[in-house]
Design a protein around this ligand. Structure first.
Ligand code: AMP
Length: 391
């Protein structure tokens, strides 16, 4: 895969459209986590520092109604962006038209224009060709730095670069290098740890990693479908009955490398449990549900991780949002953080939040900024926003 990088272009005086991922969590006007803004700064600072006119485009939230628009107004990001980097920021409360065009025309070198939310345009998510061509007409070069959006073929991710010279920004470049390294030439042993609620969300990634990794450890709610497939008792635990055949197939194909929990923490109620205990996997009484991996499984997973040189982790081992069922996720996170000389990658989403909340974020080689995108990448899928950058 060959994509050009920022360093391949002389950007002085050029109008550079950068697709960033400013889809930040926020409550009203308060941004509750500005990580995504911070993650885009290396690219933005490089461009403004070299005298580019930087036009930033991003979506924020899902937009279906006028109310959604009011809730997901990009001006909150403009304010934060102006605080965290030195270049002047002009916010344009429009996604097309004279106000936007004039703002771009009047830009000085080394300054930033941030456009209103791309999804204010209904054509954005449909990759409307007219919209992609229009946005492209505002710039001389397109830089893709929104890794969290490259699995989507939208006007701002795929439409624009079909009309302009293009390259990957530093964030996308790093994501592709690290995830691509694990997928294509992992240092071995390569261990994948997959958890979370549903098998159906992770089918592709289990399938691909069973081919590539040396071990695949499965925890979280999806493990129970595997146990049900073996005819074991899972009580009221999460089950996707229509995925039992597939689970059986994975167990056959993955024999020797697929690790499932051998014990499980169960409770008599999800919201207000009065009885919490640990039982052998597949021996969950009726009326109880499995909500975390047990001590024995934690020990086995830790052993399976010993000596690992590459680890990819996506999805919690249990209902980690509740302290009673967080131990499996915490212990797996700790074990990864303590690995010596290993490339440790978290594929975004809940496992990334768990690592951050536990204070282990710095201990990982890489925490992906794209949950959905990193999963699709590890499935071996072609990501449209990356494919369009290839030469
Ligand atoms: P995902 O988005 O698929 O990675 O799933 C994350 C969610 O799975 C978290 O909200 C967890 O609480 C949930 N989860 C993990 N283990 C279980 C379980 N045993 N039962 C129910 N939910 C679970």
């Amino acid at each position: 895969m060959k994509t050009k990088t920022l360093k391949d272009f002389d950007v002085k005086g050029k109008r550079v459209i950068v697709r960033v991922d400013f889809n930040v969590p926020h409550k009203g006007e308060v941004i509750t986590d500005d990580n995504r803004i911070m993650a885009a700064l290396p690219t933005i600072n490089d461009l403004t520092g070299r005298g580019a006119k930087v036009i930033l485009l991003s979506h924020l939230g899902k937009i279906k109604t006028e109310e959604d628009k009011a809730k997901n107004d990009m001006s909150i990001v403009a304010r934060r962006l102006a605080e965290v980097q030195p270049a002047p920021v002009v916010f344009v409360n429009a996604t097309r038209g004279e106000e936007l065009e004039n703002a771009v025309r009047d830009m000085a070198e080394g300054t930033i224009v941030l456009m209103q939310n791309t999804r204010y345009e209904p054509g954005e998510t449909k990759n409307d060709p007219e919209l992609g061509a229009y946005w492209a007409s505002l710039g001389d070069l397109f830089v893709e730095d929104a890794f969290g959006s490259v699995h989507r073929a939208h006007a701002s991710t795929v439409g624009i670069p079909t009309h302009l010279p293009h390259c990957a920004g530093f964030l996308v470049q790093k994501e592709l290098e690290v995830l691509g390294g694990a997928l294509n030439e992992p240092k071995r042993p390569f261990v994948a740890i997959l958890g979370g609620a549903k098998v159906s969300d992770k089918i592709g990634v289990i399938e691909n990693l069973l081919k590539i990794a040396d071990k695949v450890l499965i925890g979280g709610g999806m493990a129970y479908t595997f146990q049900a497939a073996e005819g074991k008792k899972i009580g009221n635990s999460l089950l996707e009955a229509d995925k039992e055949d597939l689970a059986r197939e994975f167990m056959e194909k993955g024999a020797g490398k697929l690790y499932l929990p051998t014990d499980t923490v169960i409770a008599n109620d999800f919201d207000a449990p009065t009885d919490i205990r640990t039982v052998k996997a597949g021996e969950i009484p009726d009326g109880y549900m499995g909500l975390d991996i047990g001590e024995e499984t934690i020990a086995e997973f830790k052993k399976a991780l010993e000596g690992a040189k590459t680890v990819f982790w996506n999805g919690p081992m249990g209902v980690f949002e509740k302290p009673e069922f967080a131990k499996g996720t915490i212990e797996v996170c700790k074990a990864l953080a303590e690995l010596d000389d290993a490339v440790t990658i978290i594929g975004g989403g809940d496992s990334a939040s768990a690592a951050k909340n536990l204070g282990y974020a710095e201990k990982f080689s890489h925490i992906s900024t794209g949950g959905g995108a990193s999963l699709e990448f590890m499935e071996g899928k072609n990501l449209p926003g990356v494919a369009v950058l290839e030469d």
